[in-house]
Design a protein around this ligand. Structure first.
Ligand code: AMP
Ligand code: FES
Ligand code: ZN
Length: 336
């Protein structure tokens, strides 16, 4: 097979595009896909300061690499989740990458800054580990971006992640979440813009990119993620993809092109500052402050006429199974 771009012997086939590339042209193909995603959705420009959330995995390190290669002002943000050796090593590969590139990296340690780590958060609160984790990430990413004056937060969510999440949200008809599953979410009161420049690239493509770019990334999955619902949806999508190549892309990219618009009116929540921390929320206290108070055994003030916390927690739990929380918002729908 010949490289689609230069005609040399191809090394990598991208079945979805019915195309093959040599190594150099594959790297170009990935960077071009990122560049096109950024331009077509006006995610950010070369003058914007971009905060890239970097986990130490292939997607986010690959994204950071591509953004730097494309000449964007990209600073990394690493959140230490305190998940034993897994976190130690992911922090280390992220630091090494930053040092190798001479790029700026902001580090936040959840325990140092907020008093708990993810294993403790999962054990002590009423939320699942992944729910506390998603909530904490979403909160810290936005807060760091606001505090450091960044215009936008970029995450490494790829096509497989987004298709799996969309499948989960659709099976439950979580219309409010579906409305927010777009690769760019505009800035709103107290929230910076959120973007996913890898949304057109499959996990295989991002893995091949990281490999070809010589990026040292952490290969293993988080040890706490076993049995996670998202993984089941990924398996289901992969089974469909194996039978009909292109299904995954048609599903999510079709949503971006034609479906998302139909759900826009579902995104209606009004935001106001959390009375504890000032971050935007739909209730009196944001979901992060409520979760943290629960984990630390602290008590937040109660609004007048408040219903008991158990009812609220039960409501949240039913919605908290999906990592859509990265881009969800405070889970309570009650008014202030
Ligand atoms: P995940 O929630 O693990 O699927 O990760 C989705 C995206 O969130 C990654 O591509 C990163 O951009 C970001 N991310 C995940 N974990 C971290 C972390 N510990 N620190 C910073 N960013 C992270
Ligand atoms: Fe969040 Fe494992 S990375 S629970
Ligand atoms: Zn708060």
């Amino acid at each position: 097979m010949k490289c689609r771009r230069c005609g040399a012997q191809a090394a990598i086939e991208v079945r979805r595009h019915n195309a093959a590339f040599c190594e150099g042209c594959f790297v170009h193909h990935v960077q071009e896909s990122v560049s096109r995603a950024i331009r077509s959705h006006r995610m950010f420009g070369h003058r914007d300061r971009v905060l890239v959330a970097v986990s130490g995995g292939k997607d986010s390190l690959g994204l950071w690499d591509a953004l730097l290669e494309l000449g964007y002002q990209a600073t990394g943000l690493y959140l230490g989740l305190g998940i034993g050796e897994y976190s130690d090593r992911s922090g280390q590969v992220t630091r090494d990458f930053a040092a190798g590139q001479g790029a700026e990296l902001i580090e936040v340690d959840l325990r140092e800054r907020y008093g708990y780590d993810i294993p403790t958060g999962g054990r002590k609160g009423s939320r699942s580990t992944c729910a506390v984790c998603g909530l904490s990430k979403r909160y810290v990413f936005n807060r760091e971006a606001v505090d450091h004056g960044f215009d936008v937060v970029a995450t490494g969510h790829n096509l497989d992640d987004e298709a799996a999440t969309l499948l989960g949200n659709t099976l439950r008809w979580q219309t409010e979440y579906i409305a927010r599953q777009f690769p760019v979410l505009p800035k709103r009161e107290g929230m910076v813009r959120k973007v996913k420049p890898l949304y057109r690239l499959s996990e295989l493509e991002t893995a091949a990119y990281a490999f070809l770019r010589g990026i040292d990334y952490i290969v293993e999955e988080c040890p706490l993620v076993a049995g996670n619902t998202q993984l089941k949806y990924k398996d289901a999508m992969n089974a469909l993809e194996a039978g009909s190549p292109g299904t995954k892309a048609q599903f999510y990219l079709g949503f971006v092109d034609r479906g998302a618009e139909l759900f826009r009116s579902e995104d209606t929540a009004e935001l106001a500052p959390c009375e504890q921390c000032g971050q935007p929320t739909t209730g009196r206290f944001c979901a992060f402050c409520r979760a943290r108070a629960q984990v630390l055994g602290e008590r937040l003030g109660r609004p007048e006429g408040d219903v008991d916390d158990d009812a609220q927690t039960a409501g949240e739990l039913s919605e908290e199974v999906l990592p859509v929380e990265m881009y969800g918002r405070a889970l309570s729908r009650r008014g202030p």
